[in-house]
Design a protein around this ligand. Structure first.
Ligand code: MN
Length: 736
């Protein structure tokens, strides 16, 4: 077991000014708290946090991370509390230890289906500080190294979780050594037979090829020196059992068919030397085609840089080669942790350093690469992380992580934060820039929602958003707004219907009969009446089942002289013909210019009035028909220009002829309506030629009226007056 002074020395080796007091305090505190606790192996429990701390010193992490490693199990497993740790070590360290405590609780959930959710929470937890994750990985690595003392079930569960989540996570964070070790340890427990076989064959191979790695190292090294690259280091190794096994699986090869079991690294001082080394190697040995990759000019998302190539090397072995600088090597080994080495800007060899202020951006990129999948063949095919390829991870300005399905918009983001935020959202800033609300969000975007005091989300948003939560909320908000519009009208209709029946209407009266009307609540029912979906009479009958319906029929007295009712059943009314307002009968010259001879001239079915722009059409056996140019009937003459006649009105001041125009009114279906409408028409000095009604909905009636007016001005005035009537819902002129 590592002693207190040994730990301090290890840290001081790479960080001479490390806070020694902090390390000592954490060591003593953890030692006291864990006391006599034992691990499954029988070792004192304290050996575990010490080993975790040791792993992190290999990654050369700062003293506060090392202290957190020492303390990482204290809240969960001992009498220690967050408050106590805050008091002794400060809130920063307290928060980190608490983060680890939270993740540990997540570990207990092992069901596969839950893992996706787990990882999400894990990411949420680390969005505070990436050091939590570094300690967690070191913790997991030590637990995997000492897994043999656990029960078989526990071993399997922990190994699967490691393979599914932690190993890929380490890879994504650029920590390749950590990833490989986690994979191999998991492999050993998940598939013991395969592990044994591959390991045995690798051993046999290295015995058969004894000294081969050394030999190739020497030959490569000498070649580089001979060509002037004196500072180059060459390191060879056999691939790990798991990477060999994975290759066998993915390529369906037997062990014997695998050609490249050896990998070599050439490490040089600077980038120009990388390309020189590449040139030297390629000149001397044959290159295996299709294997060359330059990750120096195009680094991977996790900052990995190297040149990859495969050659047929000395002894005719296929050899995988990685060429990189020392700095690149450190990043490849330690990944995200390597950045912390240079956080004070002390970059090696003048290469780019990551100042501490970059930690947040770095974390974002990590999460991005976790979700993105830059190199499927390497990780994603083999990990559960592919679950996250259809998601994007975004941030609020305060750094809260919001995960959304791919294709999500700022509107989805707003609703994910809170329904209120969504409902009042009017704009969005993405990474500080105002962007359209239809913008698709990308991983790592920081989204700031611009809100207004009140705002009903436009119904069209429903088509834009991708999350169910946003869609449901928008639908709810729009439905409420539309319902408000219709409920006023519905209330009035109900009041009148009840009134007519000698009953009084109230919202309370509706409550007991809602189920019979198929309505969820009173407001829904009232709005349904307003929309014409529910008949007010049905409501009346539901509330008063005994009510005897005196069939509501329109029965204006013929004595009034307005019109005669021809058929009560069909609701068709015919007025006494008034083709000519002057009361005279017989043909009369039409006041229209452009006509010649004694052509038989008449108006189209919808009529036309002075002021209308008109056109004449010659029709066989029908003479000339005058149409307003809005008439849809004109379309069928489009291809026969020879039949079109230019005509215009020719009226003098003393015009005493009325002209027919047809209108269509949508009105409330009640007897008073007809009287109101006809009254208004009469008051406007307009004649009614004919009128027909059709019941189109329970509470609404369509009334078509052929009017006789002096001119367009008078007609428009009348239409304006009718529109004002409370019983009139819509009114429009009909052109036939
Ligand atoms: Mn632990």
């Amino acid at each position: 077991m590592m002693r207190q002074y040994e730990l301090v020395e290890r840290v001081q080796k790479y960080k001479p000014d490390a806070n020694e007091a902090l390390l000592n305090k954490a060591y003593v505190y953890a030692m006291q708290k864990h006391g006599q606790q034992k691990r499954a192996s029988g070792d004192p429990y304290i050996s575990h946090p010490l080993e975790v701390a040791a792993i992190l010193t290999d990654m050369r992490l700062d003293e506060s991370t090392i202290a957190v490693a020492l303390l990482h199990d204290t809240i969960e497993d001992t009498s220690a509390t967050r408050a106590e740790i805050d008091e002794i070590f400060g809130e920063d360290i307290g928060a980190l230890v608490e983060g680890l405590t939270k993740i540990k609780k997540l570990d207990l959930v092992s069901k596969k289906a839950k893992q996706a959710e787990n990882l999400r929470k894990l990411l949420l937890a680390i969005s505070d500080d990436v050091r939590v994750l570094l300690v967690k990985l070191a913790d997991r690595l030590h637990n995997m190294r000492t897994l043999d003392h656990m029960s078989p079930e526990k071993r399997a569960r922990i190994s699967e979780e490691t393979m599914d989540i932690y190993a890929p996570l380490a890879g994504r964070m650029g920590m390749q050594d950590m990833r490989e070790e986690l994979e191999n340890l998991s492999f050993r427990h998940i598939n013991p037979e395969a592990y044994e076989t591959v390991t045995r064959k690798l051993k046999e191979l290295s015995q058969r090829n004894e000294g081969l790695i050394r030999k190739i190292e020497e030959e490569l090294g000498e070649l580089l020196v001979a060509n002037g690259l004196t500072g180059a280091q060459v390191r060879g190794r056999q691939k790990t059992p798991y990477s060999v096994f994975r290759k066998m699986q993915s390529k369906s090869l037997s062990f014997e068919q695998l050609s490249d079991v050896y990998a070599f690294r050439i490490i040089v001082d600077d980038i120009p030397s990388c390309y020189r080394a590449l040139g030297i190697v390629h000149t001397r040995w044959r290159v295996v085609p299709g294997r060359f990759k330059d990750y120096i000019s195009t680094p991977k998302q996790n900052d990995y840089q190297s040149i990859h190539t495969t050659i047929v090397g000395p002894s005719r072995q296929r050899i995988e080669l990685q060429i990189r600088t020392r700095r690149m090597h450190e990043i490849a080994e330690y990944g995200i942790a390597a950045h912390s080495l240079y956080k004070d800007g002390e970059g090696a060899n003048g290469e780019a350093a990551s100042p501490r202020s970059n930690a947040y951006a770095l974390l974002r990129r990590t999460i991005e690469s976790l979700a993105e999948g830059d190199n499927a063949e390497e990780f994603l095919e083999h990990t559960k992380l592919e679950l996250f390829q259809d998601q994007v991870f975004c941030f609020t300005p305060k750094g809260q992580l919001i995960n959304l399905p791919r294709g999500a918009t700022p509107i989805d983001f707003a609703y994910a934060v809170h329904t209120n935020v969504g409902d009042t959202c009017v704009g969005a800033k993405i990474n500080g820039r105002i962007m359209p609300l239809v913008t698709r969000l990308n991983n790592g975007d920081e989204v700031e929602i611009i809100r207004s005091g009140i705002q009903v989300p436009p119904p069209a948003w429903e088509e834009i958003v991708v999350t169910g939560k946003a869609r449901a909320a928008i639908r709810r908000a729009t439905r409420a707004a539309v319902r408000k519009q219709y409920s006023g009208l519905g209330y009035r209709i109900l009041e009148r219907t009840f009134d007519r029946a000698g009953k009084s209407f109230s919202r309370d009266a509706l409550k007991p009969v809602l189920h019979r009307l198929g309505q969820k609540d009173v407001e829904d029912a009232i709005a349904a009446v307003g929309r014409g979906e529910l008949s007010s009479l049905d409501v009346l009958r539901a509330v008063f089942p005994d009510y005897q319906d005196e069939r509501v029929t329109v029965k204006p007295s013929p004595d009034e002289g307005w019109f005669n009712m021809r058929s009560a059943a069909g609701m068709v009314f015919k007025l006494p013909g008034r083709a000519r307002a002057d009361g005279e009968s017989g043909p009369e010259a039409l006041p229209i210019r452009g006509l010649s001879g004694n052509a038989d001239v008449h108006f189209s079915a919808g009529g036309a009035v002075p002021g209308d722009r008109i056109v004449g059409i010659m029709e066989k056996d029908k003479g000339i028909t005058i149409y307003p140019i809005q008439s849809p009937a004109l379309q069928k003459f489009d291809d026969e220009p020879e039949r079109w006649i230019d005509v215009r009105w020719d009226l003098d001041e003393a015009n005493n002829t009325r002209f027919m125009a047809r209108i269509l009114i949508n009105a409330l279906n009640e007897p008073g309506t007809l009287a109101e409408v006809t009254q208004a028409i009469a008051t406007g000095d307009v004649n009614i030629r004919s009128m027909s009604m059709t019941r189109v909905a329970a509470d609404f009636t369509e009334v078509q009226i052929d009017l006789e007016v002096w001119d367009l001005r008078q007609l428009n005035q009348l239409i304006g007056q009718l529109k004002e009537l409370s019983c009139v819902s819509t009114i429009a002129r009909v052109f036939a």
